[in-house]
Design a protein. Structure first.
Length: 385
C-alpha cells in the first residue's frame, strides 16, 4: 500500500510541530509495510540529502507564491501520484493541503485522505468562506487527527452542521532516538555562554507573545530571591526588529536580570538534547490570544524535554494539558500568572526528590504513550476501522 505525505513543513527546516509530526510518521510507516513518499514544499533550507538514508522517499513540491496558490500545487502533485497509484492513502499535515481532495476523490474513489489538525490553523478560522472550504475538506476526509482534545473540540464546535464523528484525538509524539538524556561537556556551555553550575530554566520555542516568555521573566526575581543560581535560557528564532523580542530585552533591563538571562537564537538539531539535558526545568506557560485566534495546539517541546530528563511547567491553555499532566510529568499553572510560575519553579528547585520523580515519570510516560512507533500504529488502526 502506498502512502503519500503532503506537507508544507519538513525537516531540516527550523523547528515546528508540523515538521516534527510529518517526519516522525514518515519514519515509522515503512516499518508497518507501507511504501512511503513525502512531498514537501520546496524551500531553500530543504536539503533532500539529509534524508537519503531514510526508508522513505522525499520529493520537493515547486511553486511560486505558495500561500496564494498552494491549492493548485497540491492538486497537481496529488493528481500525479494518483495517476500511478489510484488507491494511494494521502496524509495532509494541515487541512489547507487537502483542499483539492474533494475533487480528486470523485475521479479516484479508491484513494483515501487523512488530515492532521494541529491548532492554529483551526482556531484562526473566522470567515464564512474559510468555514465553507474546511467543511468540504473534513467531509471528504476518511479520518481527521487532532493532536489535542482542545483542537478536536474546536473542529467540532466550528463545524456543527456536518458529521464530525471521524475527527479523532491522536497526540503528538517524540523520537526517542533523537531526544534522550545525555552528558554535556564544558565546551557546550562556553559555546552558548551559559554559566555552569547554574539552576537552569529553559524555554525553547519561537519568541512570540503566545509563548509568554515575559511571564517567566516577571517570575524570575521571586525565584532568584530563594535560588540565586537560577538562570533563564530563552532559546528560539525571532523576527528581526520584532516588537515582542524587543520588549523582552527591555524587561530584562527593567528587572535587572542581565546576569540571569541568556538568549540563544537557534540551536542545531544535534544540540537540542544537550540543552534539555542540562536544564532543571522546562517552562512554557503559553497564553491564548483570543482576538487573533492564536493558541497552543499541543506543545511538542514538553515531550522532548521529558525524554531528555527535564520536568516541565505549562499552562492550562489550549492543548497543553494533553502534553503536561499535573504532578505526573510536570506542573500546570494558570496563564498570565508570574506568581504561579515562580511557585512551581521553586517547588521543583526546593525538593530534588520530587523533581527527580517527575523526571522518571516523564520519561516513562513518553516511552509508554508518545513514541512515533506507537502513534503511527494507532493511526493505521483508526484508518482501518
Amino acid at each position: 500500500m502506498n502512502v503519500a505525505i503532503i506537507t508544507g513543513h519538513f525537516p531540516p527546516m527550523r523547528g515546528g510541530g508540523i515538521a516534527e509530526w510529518a517526519f516522525g510518521i514518515a519514519k515509522e510507516l515503512p516499518n508497518l509495510g507501507y511504501k512511503t513518499s513525502v512531498y514537501a514544499r520546496h524551500r531553500k533550507d530543504l536539503d533532500l540529502e539529509t534524508h537519503r538514508d531514510e526508508n522513505f522517499e522525499i520529493y520537493p513540491m515547486y511553486g511560486r507564491n505558495w500561500h496564494e496558490f498552494h491549492r493548485f500545487y497540491s492538486a497537481y502533485y496529488m493528481w500525479k501520484i494518483l495517476r500511478k497509484n489510484n488507491d494511494t492513502i494521502f496524509i495532509a499535515t494541515t487541512w489547507e493541503m487537502a483542499k483539492p481532495f474533494n475533487f480528486l476523490k470523485k475521479r479516484f474513489p479508491k484513494s483515501k485522505m487523512i488530515v492532521v489538525a494541529h491548532g492554529l490553523e483551526i482556531t484562526r478560522i473566522k470567515s464564512s468562506s474559510e468555514l465553507k472550504v474546511i467543511n468540504n475538506v473534513i467531509s471528504s476526509s476518511d479520518i481527521v487527527l487532532a493532536v489535542s482534545r482542545f483542537t478536536r473540540d474546536e473542529i467540532k464546535n466550528k463545524l456543527k452542521d456536518i458529521d464530525t464523528s471521524h475527527v479523532k484525538f491522536l497526540p503528538n509524539g517524540v523520537d526517542t532516538n533523537r531526544f534522550y538524556q545525555t552528558e554535556v561537556e564544558a565546551d557546550f556551555y562556553n559555546k552558548y555562554k551559559i554559566p555552569q553550575n547554574s539552576d537552569l530554566i529553559l524555554t525553547l520555542a519561537r519568541i512570540i507573545k503566545r509563548k509568554a516568555h515575559d511571564d517567566v521573566l516577571r517570575a524570575l526575581p521571586d525565584v532568584l530571591s530563594q535560588f540565586p543560581k537560577a538562570h533563564y535560557i530563552i532559546a528560539g528564532p525571532h523576527r528581526k526588529e520584532d516588537s515582542y523580542f524587543s520588549s523582552l530585552n527591555k524587561l530584562v533591563g527593567e528587572l535587572s536580570l542581565q546576569k540571569h538571562v541568556t538568549f540563544i537564537d537557534f540551536l542545531p538539531d544535534k544540540d537540542l538534547k544537550k540543552i534539555y539535558s542540562i536544564s532543571k526545568v522546562y517552562v512554557m506557560p503559553s497564553r491564548n490570544l483570543h482576538e487573533t485566534g492564536d493558541s497552543e495546539g499541543f506543545g511538542i517541546t514538553f515531550l522532548e524535554a521529558n525524554a531528555c530528563g527535564c520536568p516541565v511547567i505549562g499552562s492550562y491553555e489550549g492543548g497543553i494539558p494533553d502534553a503536561v499532566e499535573n504532578e505526573v510529568n510536570g506542573l500546570l499553572v494558570s496563564s498570565d500568572s508570574p506568581p504561579e510560575i515562580a511557585s512551581a519553579i521553586k517547588k521543583m528547585f526546593s525538593d530534588e526528590d520530587y523533581r527527580m520523580n517527575l523526571v522518571k515519570q516523564g520519561k516513562d510516560r513518553v516511552s509508554e504513550r508518545f513514541t512515533w512507533e506507537k502513534l503511527t500504529f494507532q493511526m493505521i488502526k483508526m484508518l482501518k476501522k
